[in-house]
Design a protein around this ligand. Structure first.
Ligand code: PLP
Length: 408
């Protein structure tokens, strides 16, 4: 008789954003006349830049004539895009160890971060930050690497503590008595906005090299790093090409959340027991994925032109100005905050149940934020406020929150 994957039963109730959507729909139904402002889900609001749109149109026009028509493309991505990525995102930043053969273009960092665990044995020990983007834990639960959850944590997974003491950047010291085979890191972090210094990343790379283990490094928000002393890629750390995989996305960098384009870097130097992870990922990618559409890749490549870079930076700066507005307003209310400087997220300590704060701000200010507890046990007592909205809406939302909380 057919049987289902029993691991799905272990997944904790609703995915965070499904629960938010449910509460927001009810609020809209109950209050149809009130203007709702969303600073919750991390989705961009600004349109694609003019240079990207022109390239996108060119890519579509190419599909209209026999001479330029493209059918299936290479599963790994067109060479023109992989070369542009290697040159601009790595060589120009001094990461000479990375070249185009290490780049695998995909339709999202969500799929890549969720799928990469397939390359590893089912009984390896996984360490991941708490709080963090929920895809890392849930994809490992689905794959059978964890037991049922208790008190917000899956049995069998190793959680790295993010808290006020370490500024939401954990250290490999935590794994001294509880060694892991694979560790997920995410900087700038979703949800806390924390970034890791060069020294902190060096510590992780040294640990991974010594332990002969692997770091899966999610840098989907690297474009928001403005402080030149903070690494934007793990490959800025010598030796990382022998122990780390990096996930990047055009989603937040260039507004591609609806267009879908990302990439994963699997360096050729990364081997386990003489087997190249790059060969395994290539096999997996070629078997289960048929490439990102050609016009989307042409549009993504345009982000690396001089005009494209300038326009994208303008959009990033726009969101960072919003983040500063949020940070200033929450600080003015006396809240302790993290992130918001090299990240589009502001992480606020409220010291009460996160869903309670969520409901209070939704009902009292008609503003949607994200409860920190949705990102892990350590997120309880915190909320995440996203800078992805228009400057006008962000200002109005924060005025309403200041008004609401100031009166309490
Ligand atoms: N990684 C992190 C840390 C994210 O926060 C997100 C989206 O919110 C993603 C990856 C997903 O990116 P993509 O749109 O490329 O799937």
């Amino acid at each position: 008789m057919i049987r289902l994957n029993p691991n799905y039963e272990k997944l904790q109730s609703d995915y965070l954003f499904v629960e938010i959507a449910h509460r927001v729909s009810k609020h809209i139904a109950d209050n149809p006349k009130r203007k709702l402002i969303k600073l919750g889900i991390g989705d961009v609001t600004r349109p694609l830049s003019p240079t990207v749109i022109r390239a996108f149109h060119r890519g579509v026009d190419d599909q209209a004539s026999e001479e330029t028509f493209k059918g299936y493309g290479p599963e790994q991505g067109y060479l023109f895009l992989r070369i542009a990525i290697a040159r601009n995102d790595y060589h120009e930043r001094g990461c000479d160890s990375i070249d185009e053969s290490d780049i695998f273009v995909s339709d999202g960092a969500k799929c890549d971060t969720g799928n990469f665990q397939e390359l590893f044995a089912s009984d390896i020990r996984i360490a991941l930050p708490d709080p963090v983007y929920p895809v890392y834990s849930d994809s490992n639960v689905m794959a059978g690497r964890a037991g049922f959850a208790k008190n917000g944590r899956y049995r069998g997974l190793i959680y790295l503590k993010g808290n006020e003491v370490n500024g939401f950047v954990s250290s490999p010291e935590e794994l001294k008595n509880n060694p892991a085979d694979l560790v997920y890191l995410c900087f700038p972090n979703n949800p806390t906005g924390a970034t890791a210094t060069r020294e902190q990343l060096c510590e992780w790379v040294q640990w991974a090299l010594n332990q002969r283990t692997i770091i899966l490094y999610d840098s989907a928000y690297e474009a928001f790093i403005t402080d030149p002393s903070i690494p934007r890629s793990i490959y800025e750390i010598p030796g990382a090409e022998k122990c780390a995989v990096e996930f990047r996305s055009f989603s937040k960098t260039a507004g591609f959340t609806g267009v879908r384009c990302a990439y994963t870097v699997v360096p050729g130097a990364l081997e386990i027991g003489g087997i190249k992870l790059q060969d395994m990922w290539n096999r997996r990618h070629s078997t289960k994925f048929n490439g990102v559409s050609y016009p989307v890749q042409v549009a993504a490549a345009a982000t690396y032109s001089a005009e494209g870079k300038r326009e994208i930076k303008e959009n990033i700066d726009y969101y960072l100005t919003n983040a500063k507005t949020i940070l200033d307003a929450m600080n003015s209310l006396g809240y302790q905050c993290w992130g918001g400087l090299n990240s589009p997220y502001v992480w606020v300590k409220t010291d009460e149940d996160s869903w309670l704060t969520f409901d209070r701000i939704l009902n009292g200010a008609d503003v949607v934020i994200t409860p920190g507890s949705g990102f892990g046990k350590m997120g309880r007592g915190y909320i995440r406020i996203s800078a992805f909205n228009s400057a006008e809406n962000v200002r109005e939302a924060l005025e309403r929150i200041v008004d609401l909380i100031g009166k309490m």
